[in-house]
Design a protein. Structure first.
Lengths: 388, 390
């Protein structure tokens, strides 16, 4: 029988304690998977951002607007292939004012050109472009609200007062996860024609397609330089940088999650280390016998570490086994459907699973180091004398 | 009944195990208390901005000042409404304000990191409408100039935010900081207050305000005021008591923090309970003879059961107390969080309420009860003869 075999056998001696410890390791693995997936889900939007898109907004603040002619001027610039402008509308369902979904006014034809990942059928696309009051809605929102193509819906404007009627011309889905699937897109013209003279012809942001992704920095600078001497200055950045700047606003939360991950690892380390130390203490006698018949201190240390390793492996496997269905089928599905804006995709990533498994092993081994050293340094006579 | 000192001494015999288990519990209680204190702090900071005898008027359906806009001529109608308090000269006490968010460079973080700061354009009499706001250094801004005063949380945290320094509202439109104010710990302390005209012209909002805040003759005058404002269907306005308004504004952020906190705490609590269970099982196994002796001496099964549960609770209560005391140290610190209603950063502090303190202790003890029950049951069911035989 190998040393490792003996270590593994030892685990079976106190089945209850072993299963409790395995449960602790499994829960920390599961929790770690969840926390990291939250962070990944938040940051993934900027990873998946299209490289060939740049966004322009008011330099001071994204709540301020730009004249629509800026979009036309950007479209004339070299390297820019298509331009789409949009306004945040802030519509709410009058029947459920607390239900948040994005409502954005835009130019339909250019939106679909600039965002090829927004997929809809050709018929629905033409219907939308042709209907001034038409709206294109995301499939997850349609499912949640039970809205169908052809329905008439009324939204209450929070920024633009009054009740606004829309006809649902189409339902879109997306091929990538960086585009929200719960947005109501509608005609910018419909919004604009209803506004008082002073508020007319303004847009919230402008997104441009560029022919060469490598030139995004240069073109962004050129756009900002163009408007620098005008009344309203702009700030232009790549889609990834834009997403990241939004994320920056939640940096305190991300920091808190990182901190909590560390605290949680400390808690679990204490618990696992404690359990292993208890086992060592109870077996002091045996270790004395083993030493007396010729085993070296390093063998004793290997017994203890081997035992911890097995607990780590089993706990990690159980944690992963629970984590996949729990995140992918439970929490993830719920978050994607109900909080799609914040968590467009909430799935366990292979690299996170590997990290979590590594954590389970690492946690078990690190917490066993002290007990292992203690066991290895026992005096043979002392340990034989000790009872219980 | 078996004296508690027996349990305390038993715990002291196995010092290392006791400290490791209690340490785990302490960390869990610390995280729990910190999350709840932050959620309470968010609420406290937001609600502190409101007075029961102030009312805030926004455009109907806008939900928050940031997306609201009110025409100038409506402002005078609002100020003329019944229930609005007047000063000694007979001028109504009301303040039409315009609210904008600007991106400002943050100090102390990564280079070039910007964060959103709320800028409020305020009329001359704003300090009369908000008597809780006091200048703590420098002086009030001269009306109608490019001077501004800033909340004390901004000082030193953003570029140009110090008395005597300047920053740009927009390109080539610098404003000078002349004073710093405090506002009873409310979210105003994370805002810039500039003159209404400066803010309007810098942000192209001439002729518009975001909201109108009025002092009422008394808190009871609110219903009369609200009725007058909201019956005028042409105006499409909505009046709310300031306290209600700010409470609504804080809900999203406070909920987010507490949900996140609870998820974390539930997981950690399960882990720590299992840890306590392990420790207690080991204690029971080790003291099998002792338990047998106690039974032989005449202590009932129930005595043994309670004794071990008590021991487990003592173990976790000590841990819980340590964690709680550590978390109280957090009340000296603060955190900057994004407020989801105004899209700007507000500095919050941790706020310890009696409810949180009691809740944290209960959570600590319940981990002891749940973790200790099964081992105690095992101890209680020990047959005295078996146990003493070893």
């Amino acid at each position: 029988m190998t040393l490792f075999g003996i270590a593994a056998r030892n685990i079976g001696r106190n089945k209850l304690r072993t299963s409790l410890t395995v449960a602790v390791v499994a829960i920390s693995t599961l929790f770690f998977i969840m926390l990291r997936t939250v962070v990944w889900s938040w940051t993934s939007a900027s990873e998946f951002a299209a490289k060939d898109r740049i966004a322009t907004r008011h330099k001071v603040s994204f709540v301020m607007q730009l004249p629509k002619r800026y979009a036309e001027e950007i479209a004339q610039m070299p390297g820019v292939t298509a331009v789409c402008y949009a306004n945040w509308f802030g519509g709410k369902d009058p029947k459920d004012e607390n239900d948040f979904f994005a409502t954005i006014a835009t130019d339909p034809a250019s939106l679909l050109k600039v965002y090829p990942e927004i997929k809809t059928s050709e018929a629905e696309k033409q219907a939308w472009i042709g209907d001034r009051r038409g709206a294109m809605i995301g499939d997850s929102l349609a499912k949640k609200k039970h809205w169908k193509v052809g329905d008439k819906i009324t939204l209450a404007g929070s920024i633009f007062p009054g009740n606004w009627d829309f006809n649902i011309s189409g339902i879109y889905t997306t091929t990538t996860t960086n585009v929200d699937r719960a947005t109501v897109w509608f005609h910018w013209d419909y919004l604009n024609e209803s506004l008082p003279e002073r508020s007319k012809d303004k847009v919230g942001w402008i997104v441009s397609n560029i022919s060469d992704p490598g030139a995004s920095g240069r073109i962004s600078k050129a756009v900002d330089a163009k408007f620098d001497e005008r009344d309203l200055q702009t700030i232009t950045m790549s889609e990834a940088a834009l997403n990241q700047s939004f994320l920056g606003m939640f940096s305190a939360i991300l920091k808190a999650i990182d901190l909590v991950s560390v605290v949680m690892i400390a808690i679990m380390g204490l618990i696992v280390g404690n359990t292993i130390a208890m086992g060592v203490r109870e077996r002091t006698n045996e270790y004395g016998v083993l030493r007396a018949i010729g085993f070296l201190p390093k063998h004793i240390a290997q017994f203890v570490l081997g035992e911890a390793l097995v607990i780590g492996i089993v706990g990690g496997v159980v944690g992963l086994g629970l984590g996949y269905p729990f995140v992918n089928l439970g929490v993830g599905r719920f978050l994607e459907e109900n909080m799609g804006q914040m968590f467009p995709q909430f799935r366990v990533q292979p690299q996170i699973a590997v990290m979590a498994f590594g954590l389970a092993l690492g946690l078990a081994i690190v917490s066993a180091i002290l007990p292992a050293r203690k066991a290895a340094s026992l005096q043979v006579v002392e340990s034989l004398r000790r009872v219980g | 009944m078996i004296p508690i000192s027996y349990n305390v001494r038993s715990l002291m015999v196995r010092k290392t195990t006791t400290f490791a288990t209690a340490g785990g519990i302490a960390l869990v209680v610390f995280v729990l208390a910190a999350a709840m204190m932050l959620a309470a702090g968010v609420k406290k900071t937001m609600v502190a901005g409101g007075r029961p005898d102030n009312a805030i008027v926004t455009r109907k359906g806008s939900g928050a000042e940031l997306s609201s806009s009110i025409e100038n001529n409506a402002v005078s109608l609002i100020l003329a409404a019944p229930g609005v308090k007047k000063d000694e000269t007979g001028t109504p006490l009301g303040s039409g304000e315009t609210v904008v968010v600007i991106a400002q460079e943050k100090l102390g973080g990564a280079a070039g990191q910007v964060s959103n700061v709320l800028v409020r354009g305020v009329p001359e009499n704003v300090l009369k409408v908000r008597p809780d706001v006091h200048i703590v250094s420098g002086r009030p801004a001269k009306p109608g100039t490019d001077e501004c005063i800033i909340g004390k949380n901004l000082v030193g945290n953003y570029a140009g935010m110090n008395v005597g320094e300047k920053f740009e509202l927009k390109k080539n439109r610098p404003v000078e900081v002349v004073g710093v104010f405090e506002a009873g710990g409310s979210s105003f302390e994370s805002e810039v207050w500039a003159s209404l005209e400066t803010a309007r012209s810098s942000f192209g909002r001439d002729g518009l305000v975001s909201s109108v805040t009025v002092r009422l003759e008394s808190p009871a005058a609110f219903d009369r005021f609200k009725a007058t404002i909201e019956t005028d269907k042409q105006l499409l306005l909505e009046a709310e008591r300031e306290t209600t308004y700010y409470e609504k504004q804080s809900q999203a952020t406070a909920l987010f923090v507490s949900v996140l906190g609870w998820v974390i705490v539930v997981f950690c609590m399960i882990g720590a309970t299992l840890g306590a269970m392990n420790t207690m099982f080991a204690a029971v196994a080790q003291r099998k003879r002792e338990v047998g002796t106690l039974r032989a001496l005449g202590f009932s099964k129930f005595n043994i059961l309670t004794s071990f549960v008590v021991e487990s609770v003592v173990l976790t209560a000590v841990g819980g107390l340590v964690g709680l005391i550590a978390s109280l140290l957090l009340t000296f610190g603060h955190v900057s969080l994004m407020n989801q209603a105004s899209w700007s950063e507000i500095t919050f502090s941790f706020s310890a309420t009696p409810g949180i303190l009691i809740g944290a202790i209960i959570a600590g003890c319940s981990m002891g009860i749940i973790g200790g029950f099964l081992p105690a049951l095992k101890a209680a069911s020990t047959s005295p003869i078996e146990a003493m035989r070893g």
